[in-house]
Structure formats: structure tokens, C-alpha cells
Design a protein around this ligand. Structure first.
Ligand SMILES: Cc1cc2nc3c(=O)[nH]c(=O)nc-3n(C[C@H](O)[C@H](O)[C@H](O)COP(=O)(O)O)c2cc1C
Length: 373
């Protein structure tokens, strides 16, 4: 619903525009906070909270206990796991509001990556089953086309680069809102400028595809990830989906190989397609990295859903709390942040040093090496 415009303030870790090694603290103020000081008090404010769970037989308004788990949220599973009958403790922590902090941290990673011409972008390809004909560009090899899509998405209220579909999506969201319903959808995260060689096939947890999937499914409500052509690959034959390898000697004319950094420097290997989405054998192959994530509809609806009170064990219809109808555009920005954090980690594992100059030198040395390969 966009009731807040967030701004991040840097409190520590940066001096005169440069990091100094202490943790970078970023503060995002929640303007609603002042209304919640009593309920979220650190000190015990209400004596009766000392009651044991077994004594909490009836909901007591003075305690502000939340005893009605919302379906589709962490509420019930979380209350059982952490043995509390006040779901407030679960719902506040499991809320996707914390993704504001991840997005802010992702901005630091993104700034670092921009020093190496690595761009992390995203856009929405479908909401509520409304999608463009091609539904994204899962096999796109041309970086410039991807950047254009991103620029269009940035100018769209629903982060959709296709004007026709944008209108349909907006209508769909409005219709869902009128009905008291919610919508999910799919967004794509693209990373361009990644050199070949990030990640590894040698251990399962070093595979770049695995690390990116982990980071993206770590966002609330994300139910599936595809890389490149993704699930569609399983439906086609090998000759249709495997990206063939070509070589162009440095003297040959453009079209320049789509291989981003390596390509510009004259690295002669290239592919005409990018069904792999920029990752082969757990390693970046120099093509744009293309990820897509599927988000479930927001579980808080105005249309009441059935649930059961955890103290009285009586059924009730879930009460509506202020909530969005569709958060796919917002989640796509969180997806960018998560991808930026993973790529920055992998980049530093390979080229890390104690100053930007050192990292630059390491990186340039590697580019020189692969140009001669
Ligand atoms: C950016 C973003 C915004 C969200 N906004 C809401 C919201 O306004 N209301 C809501 O009920 N769920 C919202 N969600 C979804 C819930 O956080 C999520 O579905 C819930 O935590 C359950 O977790 P799970 O779906 O991963 O199992 C949002 C998720 C994201 C990523």
C-alpha cells in the first residue's frame, strides 16, 4: 500500500565515503513505531503476562494477546514451535517488513558490484496469471535488451516493461482489491557483466545456481525459482535447449560476443542463446544470469478465511489487517538485493583483497588471463 517512503541512514562503518571495516549499520525508521511502543515494550508492562501458558484460558484484551493464527502465515507453526500463546511474537518477526533491511544491505553490494560494471536488475513478468506472450526473456543473450527492459520496468508502477500487460495487470489488481482478494506473480532478476568463473561445481554448496536459489527462496512468499529456461527445459529435447559454443577470433567483425566482460576484452568463446541463464555446472559462464521467482498471493485477504483460536480452540474467520493486494513488484526489488549479496560474496571469494585497488588488480589480472585462454 506504500504508506511509507523509506530512507536509510548510515550510522557506522563508513568514514568520508569509504568503508573502514566496522559493521555498516543502516537505519530505516518505521514511522508507525510510535503507535506500538506499549505493545512491543522491552520491559514487562502488564503483570498478567507472568501467567503461564496453561493459565491463559481466555483471551484478555489487557494483554493484547494475539491468539488467532492467520492462515498462510508463520503464525500457527511458529507458535507451536516456540511454545507461545501470543502470536504477536511470531507475526512481528516473520513479517516481510524485514526485507527493507535486506534491500538496504543489498544496495551496498550493488554499489560494490557497479565498480566492476556488474548490474543487478529486475522486472515483473506476470501477475495473477496475466503475462506477456513470451512471459519474460528466460533465454535472452543480449545485455542491451535486458537493460532496456529494466529501464522500462523502473518507470512502471507495477515494474512491468510491457505497456500492454502493465495496463492489464493494474486492472487485475484493482479487480482483486474490489473483491477483497489478493494476487501473486512472477518476477525476473537479471545480472549482467558477470565474468565467467563465479561459483564452482566442486561442492554442492558452492554452486552459483544453488546459492542464488537459496537466497531468493529465502524471501517470504517465494515458492519457486527457475534459472534460464528453467522448468521449460525439461519439456524440450536436448538439441533445442543446450546452448552451443562458438568461437570468434579477435580480428573478426562484430556482432560482438554476448559474453560481457570477457567478450569486450576479446574473449572469443560465446553462445548465441542463453537457455542456461548464465550458469553451467554451478559456474557463471559469462552470459547474463537470468533468474525467475514465483510469489504466492498475499495470505491476508479481506475475504475471511477459516482458522482456529489457539486458546479457545473455537473456529473463527480470520480478521483483516491492513495489507497489500499484491507485493510482486516490491518482492522483485528484494530479489535484486538478494542476488546482489550473493554475487558480491562470490566475486569477493574469487577476487577479494583488502582494498578496492587490490580487488581491481585481482580482477583485471583474471580478465587478462581469460582473454588469452
Ligand atoms: C515484499 C513483500 C511484501 C509482503 N507484504 C505482505 C502483506 O502486506 N501482507 C501479508 O499478509 N503478507 C505479505 N507478504 C507475504 C508474507 O510475508 C508471507 O507470505 C508470509 O510470511 C508467509 O511466509 P511463506 O509464504 O514464505 O510461507 C509479503 C511478502 C513480501 C516478500
Amino acid at each position: 500500500m506504500k504508506i511509507e517512503t523509506d530512507a536509510a541512514r548510515i550510522l557506522s562503518g563508513v568514514r568520508h565515503g569509504k568503508t573502514i571495516g566496522s559493521p555498516i549499520t543502516l537505519l530505516i525508521e518505521n514511522k508507525d513505531w510510535s503507535n506500538w511502543q506499549e505493545i512491543m515494550s522491552v520491559e514487562l508492562r502488564v503483570k498478567s503476562l507472568k501467567l503461564k501458558n496453561s493459565e491463559l484460558r481466555t483471551p484478555n484484551s489487557e494483554l493484547s494477546l494475539v491468539t488467532r493464527p492467520r492462515p498462510g502465515h508463520a503464525d500457527l507453526a511458529g507458535a507451536i514451535k516456540y511454545d507461545t500463546h501470543d502470536i504477536r511474537n511470531i507475526l512481528e518477526r516473520s513479517s516481510a517488513r524485514e526485507t527493507a533491511a535486506r534491500t538496504a544491505a543489498g544496495a551496498v553490494a550493488r554499489k560494490f558490484l557497479s565498480e566492476f560494471d556488474i548490474k543487478v536488475m529486475s522486472y515483473v513478468v506476470e501477475i495473477g496469471n496475466t503475462r506477456s506472450q513470451e512471459s519474460g526473456v528466460r533465454s535472452q543473450a543480449d545485455e542491451k535488451k535486458l537493460i532496456t527492459l529494466f529501464e522500462k520496468a523502473e518507470a512502471s508502477p507495477v515494474r512491468c516493461p510491457d505497456k500492454n500487460i502493465e495496463r492489464k495487470i493494474i486492472n487485475k489488481i484493482d479487480a482483486a482489491m474490489k473483491k477483497g482478494d489478493t494476487l501473486g506473480g512472477i518476477f525476473e532478476v537479471i545480472v549482467t557483466g558477470v565474468p565467467p568463473g563465479l561459483g564452482s561445481y566442486s561442492q554442492w554448496d558452492r554452486r552459483l545456481n544453488a546459492r542464488l536459489s537459496y537466497a531468493l527462496t529465502g524471501i517470504q512468499a517465494i515458492k519457486g525459482i527457475e534459472i534460464g529456461l528453467g522448468l521449460e527445459m525439461s519439456r524440450r529435447s536436448g538439441s533445442e535447449v543446450i546452448d552451443e559454443i562458438y568461437y570468434r577470433s579477435q580480428k573478426s567483425n562484430p556482432p560482438r560476443p554476448p559474453l560481457s566482460k570477457g567478450g569486450e576484452g576479446g574473449f572469443g568463446f560465446y553462445r548465441k542463446t542463453n537457455n542456461a541463464g548464465g550458469i553451467e555446472g554451478g559456474i557463471s559462464n559469462g552470459m547474463p544470469i537470468i533468474l525467475r521467482a514465483a510469489m504466492k498471493p498475499i495470505p491476508t485477504l479481506r475475504t475471511p478465511l477459516s482458522s482456529v483460536d489457539i486458546i479457545s480452540k473455537k473456529p473463527f474467520k480470520a480478521a483483516y489487517e491492513r495489507s497489500d493486494v499484491c507485493a510482486v513488484p516490491a518482492a522483485s526489488v528484494v530479489g535484486e538485493a538478494m542476488a546482489a549479496l550473493v554475487i558480491a560474496d562470490c566475486f569477493l571469494e574469487k577476487f577479494g583483497g583488502d582494498s578496492m585497488g587490490e580487488v581491481q588488480r585481482n580482477y583485471e589480472g583474471y580478465l587478462k588471463q581469460i582473454r588469452k585462454f
